[in-house]
Write a protein that binds this ligand. Structure first.
Ligand code: DGJ
Length: 742
């Protein structure tokens, strides 16, 4: 890792363990150009040529008559607006005089150890010996607008974190209408584009398409990152696979409206941009005021998609997740949502806890329906007082009862919402986000609270903390079940209404920060109608996020594959639920459900008192399996071997311990195939010179978890020749293989 500035060439070189990123200062005006991003370079000789500044159209100080032509093809570090670069801009303003143009020019720079915090925003972090930062100050002298571009590199991970801070140094106020967090220009190398798309219960399905001419974008205008599209893009060589080829990954550390775009222009140049969604964004900057744009992560892998995944995983595990649980085994929880929905009382919960505790389950989570008159999803959001008709004797009595069984207790909240039928709404109808004269739209019969207002945040955080202080509560599930609409705040002036979406996100971050600073040992799981706010921003607050309301093991294969392409397995909320599954009606073997949930946080979401004796007997075996393998799953390196999303037949992935001594291979045969032989799978990430012994894993009651096999194979054989997985009889069958170095 390291950042250097070559004074003579006017080039910055930012190195991570295996990559280099080069920025140049060009011409007497100080255009900031992008020279290179890829495999690590040993020096900078010849690199300036990559920006083509010695070819026509030359820099404007050499040939001012072609200034527009220069700007429209110059590989820029942060694109301006309205002065000649006709590709997508990174920044746009509205001045008092109504003008929108901006062009950044280099002024100065600073290189420092460590990384500063981004005020009010989640961001990566690291100690002074683990991170180094370059801050480049640019100005648009015509506007008196300062733009500081920051780049941080990490000693242990091939990732670069970028952000931008804009300050108005003019006498007059100005409106920031667009501010992307990063821009990357490269020549097209027959690239494909991977993006993630979905819906409720179908989050983050992968799409890979050739990157053609024009603009390709994903985004959200829902006030959250959303079920539908994900703040992620990968630009990769058309021939790139899991193990080979150049892959550039981009991810946005933010939980609200976003836009990610890849543009291919007339010269076959690619521009990637990522930042806050410009639509419905307008931020007023008075004299001296600044706007901090959220952080964007870039990673380059010369070793295919798998290399990109492992870089993101390392970065997030070591430099984004803060929770005290990040390196710890999480308690195996049982959540009552799919078991009871709203139909529960303290007796029912204690019944579940009693049975669960005997099976080794370690925490009971009480989901939606415990507060106000919340008998269904039509009322009571905002009334965060325990419903003692439902929970006789109160919350403490219930929690003490659960603790007496040797289990911990967790609870659900949906703090950003308000039901029209609630005491809170009766008292504060103006606390809901709405536009005067327009009836705001309901979704799930609820409105969104205007948490850009301090008094609203104070009230809700106080109510939550009061509940958390009232009993021994170790876990919170923080839910959000509708997107924003009818964007209007009763408190913001007309020329600041365009700030509401972002102020909402800042408000939510502040609320989580306050709750966590009052309860630093709390295990927080974020959630949004399943996985609508599964993003790196939320990981800064919670080490795990509920992946999807679809708990069907087969549906989860695709959702978890795409999620784990970017996020560590330790962050994916995954539970064993009942069959027929509540979202698709599918029947999947209990073993398979357990193996798929093992690849995430692992827990249960069913009524254990109603399980068949056969399934009941398997729960303690699955619990033992979790204890045996969670360290490996949580901390190991992840390798994708086969994708059910691609082949529609089977799924296979692997985790390998950092020291390469152990590995776990997950194999799910989704569909049985007639007249087929065993399947060859080639493992990855092992020590090629070591010999590995193989154990079959079984959760069959009465049997040892690890079944010795007598098989002993060299790492190179397993990786280059592969191993044979015998066909199983039927659909949805799964196998887990454990390898240990001899
Ligand atoms: C959506 C969540 O994803 C579910 O797990 C559950 O908590 C419900 N909300 C409760 O309303």
């Amino acid at each position: 890792m390291g950042i250097i500035f070559n004074e003579k060439e006017k080039l910055f070189k930012l190195d991570t363990p295996n990559t280099s990123y080069v920025i140049g200062i060009v011409g007497s005006d100080g255009f900031l150009g992008h020279a290179y991003y890829g495999k690590k370079l040993s020096d900078l000789q010849g690199v300036k040529d990559l920006m083509r500044i010695y070819e026509a159209p030359f820099t404007p100080d050499t040939n001012a008559r072609d200034r527009l032509s220069f700007l429209d093809c110059f590989p820029t570090e942060y694109s301006g607006h309205g002065v000649g670069d006709y590709r997508e801009s990174s920044i746009r303003v509205k001045t008092a005089a109504g003008h929108s143009a901006v062009q950044p020019y280099y002024v100065s720079h600073e290189i420092y150890k460590g990384k500063r915090k981004l005020e009010g925003l989640p961001a990566t972090f690291g100690a002074e010996d683990a991170v180094e930062t370059l801050a480049i100050t640019c100005m648009d002298p015509a506007l008196n607008l300062q733009m500081v571009l920051e780049y941080s590199v990490f000693a242990d991970t091939d990732a670069i974190a970028r952000s931008v801070k804009v300050t108005n140094l003019d006498e007059n106020a100005l409106y920031l209408e667009k501010v992307m967090s990063g821009c990357l220009d490269m020549d097209n190398r027959d690239f494909d584009l991977i993006t993630l798309h979905g819906s409720w219960a179908r989050e983050r399905h992968m799409q890979r398409l050739p990157l053609g001419c024009g603009k390709h974008s994903v985004g959200s205008l829902r006030g959250e990152s959303g079920h539908q599209e994900h703040p992620f893009m990968a630009v990769l060589e058309h021939t790139a696979t899991q193990t080979r080829g150049d892959v550039y990954g981009f991810h946005f550390v933010y939980s609200g409206n976003f836009q990610a775009m890849a543009e291919v222009n007339q010269f076959n140049q690619v521009r990637v941009l990522m930042g806050i969604q410009p639509e419905d964004f307008c931020w007023k900057l008075e004299k001296g005021e600044s706007f901090q744009a959220p952080e964007m992560i870039m990673t380059y892998s010369a070793n295919g998609i798998g290399g990109m995944s492992r870089s993101f995983h390392e970065l997030y595990r070591n430099h984004l997740i803060r929770s005290p649980y990040k390196n710890k085994k999480r308690p195996i929880l049982i959540n009552n949502w799919e078991a009871t929905y709203f139909d529960f009382n303290e007796e029912k919960l204690l019944d579940i806890a009693k049975e669960a505790s005997q099976m080794g389950i370690e925490m009971l989570v009480m989901d939606d329906g415990w507060f106000g008159n919340r008998c269904d999803d039509n009322r009571a959001l905002g009334d965060w007082e325990v419903n003692e008709d439902k929970l006789k004797g109160g919350l403490k009595k219930l929690v003490d009862g659960v603790n007496a069984l040797g289990m911990e207790f967790g609870i659900w909240f949906e703090p950003e919402m308000i039901s029209p039928e609630s005491k809170l709404y009766e008292e504060h109808p103006d606390w809901a986000i709405a536009i005067p004269g327009r009836t705001p739209g309901l979704a799930r019969n609820q409105f969104v609270l205007d948490i850009s207002r301090k008094e609203v945040r104070d009230c809700i955080v106080e109510k939550i903390c009061k509940v958390l202080h009232s009993a021994n509560i170790k876990y919170v599930k923080w839910d959000m079940n509708r997107p924003l609409s009818d964007i209007g705040s009763a408190c913001l002036p007309a020329d600041r209404q365009g700030e509401l979406y972002h102020r909402f996100v800042l408000g939510m971050y502040e609320m989580q920060e306050r709750m966590l600073s009052e309860f630093p040992d709390l295990l927080l799981e974020n959630c949004s109608g399943g996985g609508a706010r599964f993003d790196p921003g939320m990981l800064y607050y919670s080490p795990q996020i509920w992946c999807s309301d679809d708990t069907d093991a087969i549906e989860r294969l695709a959702i978890q594959e795409s999620t784990s392409m970017i996020y560590p397995l330790s962050s994916m909320g995954a539970h064993v639920s009942v069959c027929p599954n509540h979202t698709v009606g599918r029947n999947t073997p209990f073993e398979t459900r357990g193996y798929v949930a093992l690849a995430g946080t692992f827990g249960y979401e069913l009524d254990v008192t109603k399980l068949s004796e056969e399934d009941k007997a398997m729960v303690p075996r699955q619990v033992a399996m979790y204890h045996q393998f969670n360290d490996l799953v949580r901390e190991g390196d992840y390798y994708r071997i086969a994708s059910y999303q691609e082949n529609h037949l089977y799924d296979c992935f692997q985790v390998v311990s950092k020291d390469k001594k152990e590995s776990l291979v997950f194999f799910v045969q989704v569909l049985g195939e007639p007249n087929m032989h065993s399947r060859n799978i080639r493992l990855q990430g092992l020590d090629e010179n070591a010999e590995y012994a193989l154990w079959d894993v079984t959760v069959e009651p009465g049997k040892e978890l690890l079944q010795e096999t007598e098989v002993s194979v060299k790492g190179d054989t397993l990786m280059y020749a592969g191993m044979q997985v015998q066909r199983m009889w039927g659909d949805f069958k799964a196998k887990l293989f454990y390898f240990k170095k001899k």
